[in-house]
Design a protein around this ligand. Structure first.
Ligand code: ADP
Length: 409
């Protein structure tokens, strides 16, 4: 059966006339894409994609269908708006539905009047008590396979046009990669996690590069985009360094040297390194040491890396004019090195998560840069010394990270 209307040429004059509005929609695509790839849970990800599709195309509802090769059916996996109620993983035949057509032909499709199209799977309107007038759908495609379909339903004002199609296709391209990565992550290994994480800065860079190519870009817009590029490149750089370090640690190939290390001397050395950072924020650093402590047996360079991470965080997540206190004491068979700060603190629900790979406390991301790998690396180094890092924190007051190492072994 022939499609009602197969949309192939997305560019037309109206795109140029609507340029400022279109630019805003693309900027939003950039934001949504970044948010989209920030989750590793498939259900949450699909909901983000469905929300983004509805918003970008200014539709009444959207849905995502994924293909299950075992049953040869497409399943509604996420939906928004009125479709959200009652769709509950409904199966749609791959050979007899609009989504099925898009999936099998691997092409976008616009159906302006669903009631006149025999491919329309009317069952869904019955289940959701919704009236579908028009559908725009695109395949979710990776390099070598089609994962499913994104559909948007009923344009709020007017009818779906070439801009809607182009935005939906751009979203679908990134969504497909994000879905694939999330699936890979579920079978989890470290490489898959990293690739997933790289998508956030890469998606931002791709979209910024795309926007920068547009003619008549206002100076402020191009300055903002260039700042985005620079920030994301820095982030990628930090991620690759941390990732390589973690991969080396996890591979078990890193040799830990055992040598006597004077923690007091090591802390002073680290404090010298972070002094400029503390001064730029007017943060006072105090120390309280038990000077009688004997050296610990450990790997000096790795312990330095661990300390630098705790100290950098204590400054990074602090407030202007705040303080950091580093103390060193013995408690029975252990040496305790505590880094206390007057910063924003960590909410109780986030505390168990901060030692997880890539975890960052929400809402801080916008203000501070980081990879969410520093504490994982630090904890691993502590464990390699038969020690551990623990944390206590109160929101609005500050946090204390304590490194506990076996003393005098
Ligand atoms: P990042 O690169 O994000 O700093 P880390 O692994 O070092 O990664 O820390 C993980 C998260 O824990 C940070 O993103 C931050 O949300 C939180 N965190 C770490 N240290 C502190 C601190 N001293 N005060 C408040 N939050 C902190």
């Amino acid at each position: 059966m022939k499609p009602d209307k197969n949309v192939r040429s997305p560019r037309d004059d109206s795109a140029i006339r609507n340029y400022p509005r279109l630019l805003k929609r693309y900027a939003r695509l950039l934001e949504l894409s970044s948010q989209m790839v920030s989750t590793l849970d498939l259900g949450t990800l699909l909901q983000h994609i469905a929300d983004a599709a509805q918003e970008l195309t200014e539709s009444e509802a959207s849905s995502i269908l994924l293909y299950d090769p075992q049953t040869d059916h497409l399943y509604f996996e996420a939906a928004t708006g009125p479709l959200e109620e009652g769709f509950s993983r409904t199966a749609v035949p791959a050979d007899n539905s609009i989504a099925g057509w898009i999936f099998s032909n691997v092409e976008p499709l616009l159906v302006e009047d669903t009631q006149k199209d025999p491919r329309f799977f009317a069952e869904i309107d019955v289940q959701t008590s919704f009236h579908t007038r028009s559908i725009l759908g695109v395949p979710l495609q990776t390099k070598d396979k089609t994962l499913g379909v994104i559909e948007v339903v009923n344009k709020k004002r007017g009818t779906f046009g070439a801009d809607d199609l182009q935005l939906l296709q751009s979203l679908a391209a990134q969504a497909a990669i994000a879905i694939e990565n999330t699936r890979l992550f579920q079978q989890s290994d470290l490489i898959a996690e990293m690739v997933h994480e790289l998508r956030t800065p890469l998606a931002a860079l791709m979209a910024a590069a795309h926007l920068l190519q547009r003619p008549n870009l206002a100076d402020t817009q191009s300055t903002n985009l260039i700042q985005t590029v620079s920030k994301e490149v820095q982030r990628l750089n930090g991620m690759t360094t941390d990732f390589l370090e973690l991969a080396r640690l996890e591979s078990g190939r890193v040799q830990f040297i055992r040598e006597p290390v004077h923690l007091e001397g090591l802390v002073h050395e680290c404090l010298e390194l972070i002094r400029p950072q503390a001064e730029s924020q007017n943060i006072t650093v105090n120390t309280a040491f038990d000077h009688s402590l004997s050296p610990v047996q450990g790997d000096r360079n790795h312990l330095k890396q661990l300390l630098l991470n705790l100290l950098t965080n204590a400054i990074k997540y602090n407030r202007k004019g705040g303080w950091v206190k580093v103390s060193l004491r013995r408690d029975k068979g252990d040496l305790l090195l505590a880094v206390e700060d007057s910063g924003r603190g960590i909410p109780p629900e986030s505390l168990p998560l901060i030692f997880e790979r890539f975890y960052r406390v929400p809402d801080q991301g916008a203000q501070t840069t980081g990879t969410g790998l520093g504490l994982v690396i630090a904890q691993r180094i502590a464990q390699n010394h038969q020690g551990k890092i623990t944390v206590k924190s109160e929101v609005g007051k500050g946090s204390t990270f304590t490194l506990q190492l076996p003393a005098g072994r």
